[in-house]
Ligand binder design. Structure first.
Ligand code: AVI
Length: 292
């Protein structure tokens, strides 16, 4: 979550538009192609109070397709986007007011843990969206724990929609996290800028490099910041100095990629069942509808 201060959120918006970063574009294509079927799979059959809660909403570009579909079919609902970046949320709410003035929006600026707590007390039926392969940023143990927490407040008619990036040509995956323009590098290095600003650290960004690998056996893209020389960093707020050896790394991010059998297995372990799923023509990405 530390990537997503306002500057990090802006960089992530740029990442999503990069030629190498296929997940956003692919999930968008799935929504464009299957928007009506996705909306039908999420909306409650019985009517009544219904909330569409989106964890990590960002700019909501894909979700707008779904929102339009639900409005078109006359579904009465509230859209509750959750994002940790106040800047991203302001942008989203402003855009929604202009583009979909009849939509009822209840924004929440919070981290996932806080949002999960609020889910438990939300009345009526709900569908929870967790798109963009955000699930891939958890390690295996925390992923299962998170899914169990997502499953806990669900009633039988409630639905989860989770976007999973699927395993594919390893070179394509790796390139998505090491783009030619260096935007992903800037996104990773922004963590050091945050340390400098928020903990009074003195990281010299000129001596840190972005590095990424993809392991097709585990499905994990791992991102690192590499110390390009032996150096010391002082953190004023901690009153501590840290030594980094030349080429020592800080492991900053995981982005896991999945297979469809793994998704079924994961759902079962979390006490969920796969209701249906939607993929693109090349099966690069899957949006999976789950229920308890
Ligand atoms: C937000 N998340 C799903 C992105 C991903 O693909 O893991 C974050 C990201 N990191 C580097 N590029 C994109």
């Amino acid at each position: 979550m530390y990537f997503y201060d306002d500057a990090g959120s802006r960089l992530f918006q740029q990442i999503m538009a990069l030629p190498e970063y296929y997940p956003t574009r692919t999930e968008f294509a799935i929504f464009r192609e299957h928007g009506a079927a996705i909306a039908a799979a999420l909306a409650p059959a019985a009517g009544g109070e219904f909330a569409l809660v989106e964890l990590g909403a960002g700019d909501g570009a894909k979700t707008k397709l779904l929102l339009r579909e639900l409005l078109r079919t006359g579904t009465a609902f509230t859209y509750a986007p959750v994002d940790i970046s106040a800047g991203a949320m302001t942008g989203l709410v402003t855009a929604l007011r202009q583009e979909l003035p009849s939509l009822h929006v209840a924004p929440v600026v919070a981290d996932y843990a806080t949002a999960l707590g609020q889910l438990r007390t939300r009345p009526g039926s709900k569908a929870v969206l967790f798109l963009g392969s955000n699930i891939g940023n958890f390690g295996p143990a925390e992923r299962l724990d998170f899914l169990r927490q997502l499953a806990a407040p669900l009633a039988p008619a409630d639905r989860l929609l989770i976007g999973f990036d699927l395993q594919k040509d390893p070179r394509r995956i790796r390139a998505a996290y090491d783009d030619a323009q260096g935007v992903t590098a800037a996104f990773n290095l922004n963590l050091l800028t945050r340390f400098n600003r928020e903990l009074g650290a003195d990281f010299d960004l000129a001596h840190w490099q972005h590095y990424t690998d993809y392991n097709p056996l585990t499905g994990a893209v791992r991102s690192f910041l590499v110390s390009a020389r032996a150096q010391q960093v002082h953190f004023d707020a901690l009153d501590e100095t840290v030594d980094f050896a030349a080429w020592e790394v800080i492991h900053t991010e995981n982005s896991y990629k999945f297979t469809l059998p793994q998704i079924h297995e994961l759902a079962a372990e979390a006490g969920l069942r796969v209701v249906t799923y939607f993929t693109d023509a090349a099966t690069d990405f899957a949006d999976v509808v789950l229920a308890i």
